[in-house]
Write a new protein. Structure first.
Ligand SMILES: Cc1ncc(C[n+]2csc(CCOP(=O)(O)OP(=O)(O)O)c2C)c(N)n1
Ligand SMILES: Cc1ncc(C[n+]2csc(CCOP(=O)(O)OP(=O)(O)O)c2C)c(N)n1
Ligand SMILES: [Mg+2]
Ligand SMILES: [Mg+2]
Lengths: 328, 320, 320, 328
């Protein structure tokens, strides 16, 4: 594809996703967007695209997730590069066979005869009292499903570059975006990010905190407050979950010897569990203390604001876990 | 029974419930504007006659499954405004203890089994509820409410087939308000009318004027009587109108925002029909308006006064 | 074109392919009995005319999606018996390098995009393939093969709606062999014929005698010609018969095991039709039988001689 | 329910599942079975039930997983106790919304007003060249989905008692059974097993091996061979995955100080990762060496016998990992 100009000025996260898609659409006529109300762009990532590319390339679909994700699998195999907005990523459960058993298996089952360059974008996380079916972070389900790439940007910069990488990838990629970060501002710089990358910020020496999406923001905030206490926290924003940036993750713990893994998904078989398990297996010698996981307990997300807050890890929870890891 | 006598017998109740739904939801619109109401809220204003017409044919023990846009179903089924407000405001005294909110209001004991945030998610549940009622000899029926947009979900077709095979007492009610969120449903729905999609499974299926409570009630009465007598499932498409947007607050992003068309008000249509039947409808309407506005106001005040749920409740009710 | 001239022009090719499918699969039944063939294998014996009638209307570049019972589709599409055997026996030289097996034989370069082990799983893919062909101006069409049991999967209805909305060049072919595994499909399918389910979405839909290759071919030719000229999707229900069980070896548990009925052999029907058209069909048949039996035997021998895949291949091809 | 008589004589695994269901059906008229070809009982767990209970209580369904699992959710809420045979558990992806977003959420979303006493039984694991869509072990997907109980018996005894417990439970329970163990023999003794139980056999002192299903058999075999080498292996058969028997798991590692976790599912976000993470968090002080995970790498299951064998942990792999854990 043609050289990329990253939008120079400060951006918000959801528009950065849309910018990346529109650049790809300009560069490559095979890129086509569909989903429910993608022309209005209810969820953000497709907003404004219809104005530039029209209804032929920005297609509003019926509420038929299994079929339009399945059609996207077929269209991708057939030479298009569909970007499907599934709205809330938990709606993907309705199309789960098409993602797990089809998009994630076809290349392998055919012995590599074909590729499935498909992007499925969906929101993940609690926007504030959207309750159990519109708030969860299913990243672990997509990872465990197999055959899918998964990214979860937490900043406009990550959003722009990872969406570009997703659309340019020849593999099926699930792009998650946090609804409460849709308006988060940040500058998109020309340093590209790709599948398999992580962002380390701040760099620290006492304890490593691994997080994505909203949890990455809370981890950075916790790091700032702990700095005042003289605790140096390294925050690794694992914005690419598949491929998982193990090199960065392991290097960080080799340095700090302490790990806190934060996840807005449910704990059991979560991304937090995966990172903790990988560390317990591959960095055991470096670990000076037990690995601490912070995640949503194994409950759905409740509606009431105080209950929702109670089940999702907060800045203080992260600070407490990091402090315990260091001070024991 | 003649239109007149039906109106004389039930018109007042219908009008009261329809007014209650309207005033109940108008308050929610205010609460959302003021920011007191959090989360996404989908209002049913304009669709009152459908919910009231169907639910007024139900008996105690009958069960309904509902949708993200379900307040009118719940009020028509007889749920209390106070406990509904409490739920929608996330208070401890809400029907679900504040854990469900607007999209999941339900009262199991009153036969409102659950509102669903997944479009089409509750349709098959109604088939199962009807099977349970049949196998357990309850003599009750189940009603699945869903929208025109949900008519494109595969699980609807599968559920129709299953209900037809099992001949269970379930009524499928498609509330056709013309919209799938912001998309006119016609634009994403191939072929003829939605009710025709049910007919191919051999179900009695028809479309009715969903803003005419009498027409809806008649169709429901007939279908439910048949179902109670072992006549199996049926399908009613209620053609109604969504007066407000898809959800409150959508103007913030849904540009160009258009006010949806305002067809004749189903409440006024009922009032006029009652007047035509020789009832003092105007007088009745104003009394009902006074009483229901008062009820709604008191209910909201009472709900607001409720505490938020105990934090510990967040960790309960996953498993029995 | 008259029946006679069609037969004169294409009858010999059809007969050859149908014989090839029959003899190819008879060998698989033997291999399964002897234990040389592992895994589950579903044979298409009895359904040859459907696959051949449809695929003989296809051109290079056209694409098909298939099912767990797909060998006949693949052979009719022109895949080599040797590489198919190699795949089904898990050899390195198989179309999928031995990673797919009987249920997933496919040859992308020859337009056989993939056989699917999930009932209904490949239907929507064909809609997408057709859309891609249209948008990329390929001029090709896509065919979705699926069974009568798959006609109860919600994704079929969703796919029909999508295809009708998009007006893409896709042909839905329901191979109705009467069975959903061991269950007669009528027992789990409410309403009228399967093709009527497609008609409600506004698709041209018909049922044909799936054991009459000429009838199948005519229907496919018409539908595909229309699709190539921008006329959009169509649906053909091919009424055929499954001669063997659901899968080889089922007698071990499927008691009481009944041999399915044996209708007139589609191969004999074609031979007779050709004789009726004044061709020396008996002579032709015996030549073809000799040649195809030889081809099948050589192909199997060659496949058996192939090595198993390198172990390292197990860890490749997940991602591009 | 009435007192249970465990089938005294030696049993095979799949028939033991059927025995448990038929006992429950005799005890409780609300128990009803459905799925595809459950009358013939293609998959085993329902074989023979139709003869005793007839088509009214053993119902053959169309291929409409989303609807008949959804109907089972409704029927369970309505007072029946449906047992749904989904055949291969990977077919559940077609009905994933009904399992994850419905069965696993309704009780919570309604604030505990209702219960969903539903059983979904399906095979999990490689029976020998059934390829990618008929061979995988999706236990981690069901655990991560939330709101579901999950059991995976490896012996007829476990199968009988855990199926009974599943049908008697008021929660949705996924019962997994390994197709290659359908004919595995064993005696069903009167000592009941329930949700949340594990079976420790053999008891050992040097290293703990955690496994389920076929992997539990291979772990026991590896334990026997290592005994000859003077290595004492404790095998914990985690036949109940939710509730997870953490007490047993932690106690074993507190004793041995070494852990090998074996899983026939894909590695990332697997059950193996969950157990390893829990140990790294809660038994760190007891660990003398890194935790070793053995699982299917992140690939689908290939068809060719030699390839299938290459991706699934074998007895030797388990023995090697346990040996390394002990000898370092
Ligand atoms: C499976 C699923 N897909 C998409 C959505 C997002 N969504 C919520 S409401 C809605 C439109 C539903 O239209 P309709 O069924 O007509 O109901 P209405 O909103 O008109 O009452 C959509 C697409 C959802 N909640 N669930
Ligand atoms: C989603 C899904 N459900 C169930 C099965 C198990 N299964 C395999 S073939 C089959 C019957 C299919 O019947 P039909 O579509 O008529 O195809 P046929 O076998 O007759 O060719 C079933 C139920 C499956 N493979 N996928
Ligand atoms: Mg609507
Ligand atoms: Mg069939």
């Amino acid at each position: 594809m043609s050289a990329v100009e990253a939008p120079s000025q400060a951006k918000r996260l959801a528009p950065a996703l849309a910018d990346a898609i529109s650049q790809c659409m300009r560069d490559d006529p095979r890129v086509i967007v569909w989903g429910e109300d993608v022309r209005i762009g209810v969820m953000g990532p497709t907003r404004g695209l219809a104005d530039e590319f029209g209804p032929e390339r920005v297609v509003d679909c019926p509420i038929s997730e299994a079929a339009f994700v399945g059609a996207a699998v077929g269209a991708a195999v057939g030479g298009l590069r569909p970007v499907v907005d599934i709205m809330f990523s938990s709606f993907a459960y309705v199309a789960f066979d098409q993602l797990a058993n089809q998009a994630g298996r076809l290349r392998y089952m055919t012995g590599g005869q074909l590729a499935v360059p498909l992007v499925v974008v969906g929101s993940a996380g609690a926007a504030g009292s959207n309750a159990a079916q519109h708030s969860e972070v299913p990243s672990a389900l997509f990872l465990q499903a197999g055959g899918l790439r998964v990214v979860f940007p937490s900043t406009p910069h990550q959003a722009f570059w990872l969406m570009r990488a997703a659309v340019e990838s020849d593999d099926p990629v699930v792009v998650l975006h946090h609804p409460a970060l849709a308006a988060a501002r940040g500058s998109v710089t020309p340093e590209p990010l790709g599948l398999g990358d992580a962002q380390v910020d701040p760099v620290g020496t006492d304890v490593s905190v691994f997080a994505t999406g909203m949890m990455a923001h809370r981890a950075r905030a916790a790091a700032r407050s702990l700095e005042a206490e003289g605790i140096s926290v390294e925050v690794v924003d694992v914005c690419s979950l598949s491929p998982m940036p193990w090199d960065v993750i392991l290097a960080s713990v080799e340095k700090t010897g302490r790990a806190v893994v934060v996840d807005e998904g449910r704990l059991t078989c979560s991304v937090a569990s995966e990172i903790a398990a990988g560390l317990a297996e591959r960095a055991f010698g470096a670990l000076r203390t037990g690995i601490r996981r912070l995640a949503v307990p194994d409950v759905p997300i409740p509606f009431a604001p105080n209950l929702e807050q109670a089940v999702i890890p907060g800045e203080d929870d992260i600070a407490t876990a990091a402090r315990e890891a260091v001070r024991g | 029974m003649s239109r007149e006598s039906v109106l004389r017998e039930r018109g007042a109740d219908w009008l009261r419930t329809m007014v209650r739904i309207r005033r109940f939801e108008e308050k929610l619109a205010e609460l959302h504007r003021s920011g007191e109401l959090v989360g996404v809220v989908h209002l049913s204003i304009g669709q009152e006659a459908t919910a009231v017409g169907i639910c007024s044919s139900l008996r105690p023990g009958d069960q309904i499954t509902s949708t993200h846009r379900g307040h009118h179903h719940m009020l028509a089924r007889g749920l209390e405004p106070r406990r509904m407000y409490a739920e929608i405001l996330g208070r401890a005294g809400g029907y679900c203890g504040g854990k469900g909110g607007s999209m999941h209001v339900s009262s199991f004991s009153e036969g409102a089994v659950g509102a669903n945030g997944i479009v089409g998610g509750g349709i098959a549940h109604a088939v199962g509820l009807a099977l349970a009622a049949q196998k357990l000899g309850k003599g009750s029926v189940a009603v699945a409410f869903f929208g025109d947009g949900a008519a494109n979900q595969g699980v609807l077709f599968e559920s129709l087939n299953l209900a037809a095979l099992w001949q269970v007492p379930v009524l499928f009610v498609c509330e056709n308000n013309g919209y799938t969120e912001f998309t006119p449903t016609d634009a994403v729905t191939a072929g003829g009318s939605i009710f025709a999609r049910a007919a191919i499974f051999g179900l009695p299926a028809e479309a009715v004027d969903g803003d005419d409570v009498i027409a809806v009630h008649r169709a429901a009465d007939e279908a439910l009587a048949r179902a109670r007598n072992g006549g199996g499932p049926a399908f009613i498409e209620c053609r109604t109108n969504r007066w407000r947007g898809h959800h409150e607050g959508e103007e913030s992003y849904a540009r160009p925002y258009r006010e949806p068309p305002r067809p004749p008000d189903p409440l006024d249509r009922l009032e006029q029909a009652m007047a035509g039947a020789g009832l003092d409808a105007a007088q009745l309407r104003s009394t009902i308006e006074l009483e229901e506005r008062a009820l709604v106001a008191e209910s909201l005040a009472a709900a607001r006064a409720e505490p938020e749920p105990e934090t510990s409740r967040a960790f309960e009710d996953v498993f029995a």
